[in-house]
Write a protein that binds this ligand. Structure first.
Ligand SMILES: *Cc1c(COP(=O)(O)O)cnc(C)c1O
Length: 380
């Protein structure tokens, strides 16, 4: 199929024969439930890949964030620090617990939580006697946050860090895998993520108590008894064994899929390298998983705004999307407390996510690159 007749997607699912084989085998095994050998194996395999002792397979990354926060005791009256530049799920998980998100701005180069602003905010909140239950970090677009600086800051104030690694499976930070930082981490296997179970997620932690608690709450908090016995509110958050089988096949292809995304990323880096005023978000990080490649445009230097590039590509049926709209600018969080530098809003206004999926064909990538080249030629 030519890129001309089909929309080129930002990050479509990449499934093939191996996935069919695994799902069919699971179906034939009879384990068509949220328990079973594929789920157990998927949890073990992800835990091993990331290098954490415990993994709990869940129905979404959002559920993993929710249970991680509940496990840390987050509730009404507590504050949880959240990067303002993220997908809404990060902040929603805080709201589910009854705690209040307080937003902090990002590093202008990577888009990840700004350590200086975090230190400032924790000093202020602590001085005011506000109970801070957790700091959430996001490994934005598959590029790890600056854990070398963020972890000691959290330690200094005795606040646990929860890593939202939904976009970052396979990325590393100084040799350590995304999903291994902090007291707990969340992965997502949603359809647009680096690997998919159609819908799904996982909670990762070295804390056996927290893992056990998450497992308990994810199964409607059912207590061990012949009959149905419940002492607290639980959730129906477990991952299906069938979907775990899909995840196992995807995990086997993770490195190959990251390589493909990196090749696409490098092609964008090359085409923009000679253009004054355009850079790629987080381009300095060679250990990112290149989940989405985002161009950031300085219109004063280029002479054109990023929206014109988006419109040019849209006319060729190439899907693009602005970088996340920061949480402090969302109607949902109007009036929420936020410490701001302007960096997140800048990235939202001048950033554009480009087609980055591992399922893109060579022809589709060329179609996108030709579109970019054509646009750049027209503006020179
Ligand atoms: C996708 C995503 C989530 C939510 O994961 P789901 O599996 O879709 O619930 C959370 N945080 C970030 C940063 C994400 O990109």
């Amino acid at each position: 199929m030519s890129g001309k007749s089909q929309t080129v997607l930002l990050s479509g699912p990449d499934v093939g024969d191996l996935e069919q084989e695994f799902v069919l085998a699971a179906l034939r095994s009879g384990w068509v439930a949220p328990v079973g050998p594929d789920l157990d194996a998927f949890e073990r395999e992800i835990a091993e890949r990331v290098g954490v002792p415990h993994a709990v397979g869940l129905s979404s990354g959002t559920a993993a964030l929710h249970l991680a926060l509940l496990g840390l005791g987050a509730g009404p009256g507590d504050v949880v620090v959240v990067p303002t530049l993220t997908f809404v799920a990060t902040a929603n998980a805080v709201v589910y617990t009854g705690a209040t998100p307080v937003f902090a701005d990002c590093d202008p180069v990577t888009g990840n939580l700004d350590p200086d602003l975090l230190a400032e905010l924790l000093a202020e909140l602590t001085a005011a006697g506000t109970p801070v239950r957790a700091v959430l970090t996001v490994d934005l677009y598959g590029c790890c946050a600056d854990y070398e600086r963020l972890l000691p800051i959290c330690e200094r104030y005795g606040v646990p860090l929860v890593e939202d690694a939904a976009e970052a499976l396979g990325a590393t930070c100084r040799g350590r895998a995304a999903g291994s930082f902090g007291r707990a981490a969340a992965l997502s296997f949603n359809g647009n993520k680096i690997i998919t179970t159609s819908g799904g997620g996982m909670l990762l932690t070295a804390d056996a108590g927290l893992a056990g608690r998450a497992r308990h709450l994810a199964g409607q908090a059912r207590l061990p008894a012949e009959h149905y016995e419940h002492a607290e509110v639980g959730y129906n958050y477990r991952l299906s064994n069938l979907l775990a089988a899909l995840g196992r096949a995807q995990l086997r292809r993770l490195d190959e899929m990251i390589e493909r995304r990196r090749a696409v990323h490098d092609a964008y880096a090359k085409i923009f390298s000679g253009v004054d005023g355009v850079r790629l978000l987080g381009d300095a990080d060679p250990a990112a998983n290149c989940w989405l490649s985002c161009a950031v445009v300085d219109p004063e230097r280029t002479g054109w705004p990023v929206a014109e590039l988006a419109a040019h590509l849209a006319a060729r049926r190439v899907e693009t999307r602005p970088i996340f709209k920061p949480m402090h600018l969302q109607p949902l969080f109007a009036g929420a407390r936020a410490v701001l530098s302007g960096a997140a809003e800048h990235l939202f206004r001048h950033g554009l996510a480009l087609p980055s999926g591992s399922a893109l064909t060579g022809e589709q990538v060329r179609w996108v690159l030709d579109g970019v080249a054509e646009f750049l030629d027209g503006r020179r």
